[in-house]
Design a protein around this ligand. Structure first.
Ligand code: PLP
Length: 477
């Protein structure tokens, strides 16, 4: 095997096999040449081949069958087309979705419901026992004065670890900029409070994470929805036009594995986004809670990595990747750090000290990287199962995203399907879905749903997707 400069051997092998899959040489269900054969044929070690196959597996392109070897997944073949870019109205609008969001979330809470509409991954995918050990050790060692010293901006140890994580992603964020919050949701809300007044216009994606809609509704703001591509995120030409037309005071976007689409902005677009907003002096509230859940070879950079003027407020948390329920998040708030810190102090004082020190201890000693690898692998495999199930059981006119991370897919159903009715029918069968209108300021996307693959795949899940497919078939007119 001739070595390509700048690429590790296993990455090169993975790229070659991936190209064969994409070209249709290796088709879904085909057996990938065995580790032994490939190692002999290419004169590379079996370990390198295993590493390449592991990478392809993490991306969901191939999967193992016990005692049988590696097979091409249906991931990129035989799947429905992807949905087209959204086309929201160009005007600004007040928002009124909260009642719908509460109704849907409430209905999905019961453990007896198949959680395809859930916002959360299975809690069983997280190292709860190790976290409990970190909690107990760190609390026993705790200097009681820390409970006073750790008021906003939060535990210095944890903030240092967060700053170190940024460094590992290839850019520096001063620890002083990092404010620990009660989950990412508080960080996002504080940022919005810091840069807007009632009546201001905020740009959001179309579709958007419903909590951004609820925040806009609660604070008496107006939304302008920007067309968003299911693969590459916010459309920058449309955003530029909206910035010229409206007096936009802030943007609230997800550049990595957007909820609900799963889109991932390429680095060049992230850079261009930051340049555009810097030119207009508009802050970006960047919601990056899914960045660790990537299926590729490295964590995607946030837009924050390209920020030179401090306009990006980068919000994230440990809720989706490590410690659900601990409610520990943060914001690296750039030039708004002081304003956000004061808002944190004046609203909730500080994040929970035990939760902060427990997570700081786990990050040091708990095996975070190992846990993340296991979690990503589980999600990639589960995504493949869900995509295949939708492809098998839903009508032909269905369209489906193929996110490269996170745990949601966005499904566009035939136009006559009313997903609010579908939601009620599905609940009668003990299945939850997240209907499209909850992700839209103007309650659009009446024929779209978000499905969750954050739970281990099972016959029950497969049966639920089959049942949903039947309901859609009946309602498609
Ligand atoms: C896109 C997105 N942002 C933020 C949050 C909130 O994160 P946290 O639980 O850390 O507050 C969620 C949780 O559902 C989410 O899906």
């Amino acid at each position: 095997m001739v070595k390509v400069p700048g690429m590790k051997r296993y990455e090169q092998l993975a790229a070659e096999i991936s190209a064969q899959i994409h070209a249709g040489v290796l088709r879904p269900g085909d057996r990938v040449p065995s580790v032994r054969k490939t190692s002999v044929a290419r004169a590379i070690s079996p370990g390198t081949v295993l590493q390449a196959y592991g990478l392809l597996e993490d991306r969901g392109e191939i999967h193992t069958r016990p005692r049988s070897g590696y097979y091409v997944s249906a991931h990129w073949h035989g799947l429905p087309e992807e949905p087209a870019i959204s086309r929201p109205p160009k005007n600004t609008t007040t928002v009124n979705v909260s009642s719908l969001v509460f109704e849907v979330l409430d209905a999905a809470k019961s453990k007896n419901i198949v959680p395809l509409g859930s916002a959360f991954p299975s809690p069983l995918l997280f190292p709860m026992e190790k976290l409990a050990r970190s909690l107990s050790t760190s609390m026993r060692r705790l200097d009681p004065w820390i409970t006073v010293a750790n008021l906003a901006p939060g535990s210095i140890e944890l903030r240092r670890q967060i700053a170190r994580n940024y460094l590992e992603s290839g850019f520096a964020v001063p620890t002083a900029e990092v404010i620990v919050t009660s989950g990412a949701l508080e960080a996002l809300n504080l940022c919005l409070m810091a840069v807007t007044r009632p009546g201001d216009v905020v740009a959001i994606e179309s579709p958007a994470f419903y909590a951004s809609l609820q925040a806009i509704e609660r604070m008496g703001l107006k939304a302008v929805e920007i067309p968003t591509d299911p693969r590459e995120g916010v459309n920058l030409a449309a955003l530029a036009a909206a910035l010229d037309k409206h007096d936009i005071k802030a943007c609230w976007f997800m550049t990595n594995f957007q909820n609900p689409l799963g889109s991932l902005m390429p680095d060049a677009s992230k850079r261009a986004l930051v340049e555009l907003l810097t030119k207009h002096d508009v802050p970006l509230i960047e919601d990056d809670v899914y960045a660790e859940l990537y299926f590729g070879s490295e964590r995607p950079k946030p837009a924050k990595a390209f920020d030179r003027k401090g306009i990006v407020m980068h919000c994230s948390s440990f809720s989706k990747c490590l410690a659900p329920g601990y409610r520990v998040g943060w914001v690296a708030a750039g030039r708004y750090a002081q304003a956000v810190e004061q808002l944190k102090l004046s609203t909730t004082l500080s994040a929970s000290v035990p939760a902060q020190v427990a997570i700081a201890d786990y990050l040091k000693h708990g095996g975070y990287q190992h846990h993340l690898r296991t979690l990503r692998h589980a999600l990639a495999v589960q995504q493949n199962s869900l995509l295949q199930a939708v492809a098998t059981h839903f009508p032909k006119a269905t369209r489906l995203t193929r996110p490269r991370g996170g745990y949601f897919v966005w499904v566009e159903l035939p136009p006559k399907v009313d997903v609010l009715k579908l939601h009620r029918l599905a609940l009668e069968q003990n299945i939850s879905i997240a209907p499209g209108p909850m992700f839209s300021a103007q309650r659009k996307f009446h024929h779209c749903i978000r499905l969750n693959y954050g739970h281990p795949w099972s016959a029950r899940m497969e049966g639920a997707v089959e049942k949903l497919g039947e309901l859609v078939e009946r309602k498609k007119g």
